[in-house]
Every structure is written in structure tokens, then in C-alpha cells.
Design a protein around this ligand. Structure first.
Ligand SMILES: CC(C)(COP(=O)(O)OP(=O)(O)OC[C@H]1O[C@@H](n2cnc3c(N)ncnc32)[C@H](O)[C@@H]1OP(=O)(O)O)[C@@H](O)C(=O)NCCC(=O)NCCS
Length: 144
């Protein structure tokens, strides 16, 4: 049986995010603007997936969603995403933003892509030298 719980301990999530190919500079502290973090674990307490919700410049952001590779495709990612979206809604968010490495995943789940000129200045990606060079994330948004 799996359970998803809020956590204050970023380190294990950060390690998982890194292993899953997400850009994590600092394992010791959550990304700037983090409001809440959740972990999904199995009955033995092993970490299966995680996500964090941020708020920057008044915008809510779904950040660092990842699931352990051998556990993908069984709804863990979606459950984590929905937990973060519910929390954003409970905080009064009307929309939520993301910077997606796998936009196809989000576009089938009610998110839409947003052109760069319509994107608020809230993503590290926008100032990264690799944006559009070796890394091609898509800015996405979902109405809540
Ligand atoms: C993206 C990720 C979080 C999805 O987690 P997951 O637990 O496998 O996803 P779920 O089981 O909730 O969703 C499964 C559904 O999404 C689809 N899906 C999963 N990964 C997908 C992808 N990369 N592209 C398109 N669709 C995808 C599945 O086909 C499935 O569809 P269905 O519900 O119609 O059967 C996971 O693949 C992952 O950790 N990837 C590496 C880290 C990453 O890139 N995170 C996103 C950063 S923006």
C-alpha cells in the first residue's frame, strides 16, 4: 500500500529528483519559494515519488514532480500532482504554472503550453544558457 504525506525534509526528495534528471542545485534546502512538499512511499517507507509546490511573485508553481523509474505508469505521478493542485486551490490559486521537461505528460492532464512572451518571470529556465540550446522545456499552465 502507498501513502502520500507532506514532508519538511527536502534531502531525500532532492536525491530522487536528481536521479530522475531534474536540476537540483542544493540538496540541503528546498527550492526558493517552496510552500509545501509531498512524498509518496510504500508500506516499508521507501520513497517512490515526490513533488513540491512553490509560490514566486504571486504565482503558484508545480515544481519537481518525479517518480522512481521502476514505479512509473501506476498513477503515482498523477496522485502527487493532484495533491499539489488541491493545496494550491486551497490557498486561493486560480491557476498554476510549470516548466515541463515532458510536456506531453502534462498536456494530456489538462495543462496547456504558454508562449515565452506570455510567461511571467518566475522560472530559472528562462535565464539559463541551456534553455533552447541543449534543454527544451515548455512553460505550461493549468486553470484551477
Ligand atoms: C513524468 C512522471 C512524473 C510521470 O509519473 P508516473 O507515475 O509514471 O505517471 P502516472 O502513472 O501518474 O501517469 C501515467 C499516465 O501518464 C502517461 N505518461 C507518463 N509519462 C509520460 C510521458 N513522458 N509522456 C507522455 N505521457 C506520459 C502514461 O502513458 C499514463 O497515461 P494513462 O493514464 O492514459 O494510462 C515520471 O515519468 C517521471 O518521474 N519522469 C522523470 C522526471 C520528470 O521528467 N518529471 C517531470 C518534470 S517536468
Amino acid at each position: 500500500m502507498r501513502k502520500t504525506t507532506e514532508t519538511k525534509n527536502f534531502y531525500p526528495l532532492g536525491v530522487l529528483f536528481r536521479v530522475c534528471g531534474l536540476e537540483i542545485d542544493d540538496l540541503e534546502s528546498p527550492p526558493e519559494g517552496t510552500l509545501a512538499m509531498w512524498r509518496c512511499e510504500d508500506e516499508s517507507g521507501a520513497l517512490l515519488g515526490g513533488v513540491n509546490l512553490k509560490r514566486l511573485k504571486g504565482c503558484y508553481i508545480l515544481d519537481n514532480l518525479a517518480v522512481r523509474e521502476d514505479m512509473r505508469g501506476s498513477g503515482i505521478g498523477l496522485a502527487l500532482m493532484e495533491t499539489a493542485l488541491e493545496e494550491a486551490k486551497a490557498n486561493g490559486a486560480k491557476e498554476i504554472w510549470g516548466c515541463a521537461k515532458v510536456p506531453e505528460y502534462y498536456l494530456t492532464k489538462g495543462w496547456t503550453s504558454v508562449p515565452p512572451e506570455e510567461t511571467p518571470d518566475i522560472f530559472h529556465c528562462q535565464t539559463c544558457g541551456q534553455f533552447g540550446v541543449s534543454c527544451f522545456p515548455v512553460i505550461i499552465k493549468k486553470e484551477l
